[in-house]
Design a protein around this ligand. Structure first.
Ligand SMILES: *[C@@H]1O[C@H](CO)[C@@H](O)[C@H](O)[C@H]1NC(C)=O
Length: 311
């Protein structure tokens, strides 16, 4: 089987190859993209411009919004252009780059959720030591670590991926160059790649999740010890929005990867990718700004700000 013509480009089939569905997909994904960009953009602006929100919790949130904007931008614009121009090719190099960045931003999201849970844990369980524990240096470290780790993860996957040979088919049944469908397409032996994907994937999910679990067990038991209903409600409302994001994120992981999939595994890959790279980034700003009084207030200030600027 010596059919070793190396492939210089891939064909991304997208989410559906049904011609009639293309317009619907275009409109839906353009809408989700714009909502994500505007929502997260407003969060970054509101936090950046309001010095009242320059606390660790909001700086982490701004980092999450930045990762969300970047995450969705790795796949959706290219997909929209593909649908519009009806050209579905992507060069080998671009494909590898797309895999690198989409992996990196999903991993960052994951770690930032862990960091944010830890921040709430310190704020609620050790309020008197909060400013000493969450001093600027530590906060900077807690945002730098996710960036470094996610680059290490993406780089590892990339170095292993470029060893693979792609020969007879270059057709990827996906809407961007995601790692799992690329591994399926390769004609090399992908045992090592799949093993590394499994081990890294598991640790990238487990460590932040363990941190989140630890934090919320302590938060819940601390909140239950507060005697007044009002106090309880206040403590829960500060972390409720974060818990919603966490449940959304891990609910997705469990739903997509751990529940038995009745249909095709290709569809599972696609659904998972849409949820992680499109839906979660889109939902985050809503969950935070709709449930959070300070955030709403900052957004209102941001919108009114223009009126007070000298013309
Ligand atoms: C991310 O967090 C760091 C420190 O925790 C902060 O200095 C930086 O401004 C944040 N990034 C964004 C995009 O807000």
């Amino acid at each position: 089987q010596e059919n070793q013509t190396t492939i210089s480009e891939f064909i991304l089939l997208g989410l559906s190859n049904d011609a009639e569905q293309q317009n619907v997909l275009f409109v839906v994904f353009l809408g989700m993209y714009l909502v994500t960009m505007v929502g997260n953009g407003l969060i970054i602006l509101a936090i950046g411009l309001d010095s009242y929100l320059h606390t660790p919790m909001y700086l982490f949130l701004a980092n999450l919004s930045f990762a969300d904007i970047s995450s969705i931008s790795t796949s959706v614009p290219k997909m929209l252009i593909d649908i519009h121009t009806e050209s579905h090719s992507i060069s080998y190099e671009s494909c590898i780059k797309q895999m690198y960045f989409s992996t990196m931003f999903v991993v960052i999201d994951n770690f930032l959720l862990g960091v944010m849970a830890y921040d709430r844990f310190v704020a609620i369980c050790h309020p008197l030591n909060y400013t000493t524990i969450m001093q600027p240096k530590i906060c900077a470290l807690l945002t730098v670590i996710p960036w470094v780790l996610s680059n290490v993860v993406a780089l590892t996957h990339t170095l292993l991926l470029i060893q693979l040979i792609f020969c007879d088919s270059n057709i990827l049944p996906h809407f961007f160059c995601d790692l799992a469908p690329l591994l399926k397409l390769s004609c090399s032996d992908t045992v090592v790649n799949e093993f590394v994907l499994f081990v890294i994937g598991l640790s990238v999910i487990t460590f932040p999740f363990a941190l989140i679990l630890f934090s919320y067990i302590h938060i819940v038991s601390a909140v239950l010890r507060i005697s007044t209903t009002e106090g309880k409600w206040k403590a829960f409302s500060t972390c409720g929005s974060h818990l919603t994001v966490v449940l959304l994120f891990y609910g997705t992981i469990v739903g997509v990867y751990f529940l038995p999939s009745s249909t095709h595994p290709d569809d599972t890959d696609k659904i998972g990718a849409v949820l992680f790279t499109v839906v979660t980034p889109m939902m985050n700003p809503f969950i935070y700004s709709l449930r959070n009084k300070d955030m709403k207030c900052a957004l209102r200030k941001l919108i009114n700000r223009k009126r007070f600027l000298p013309s």
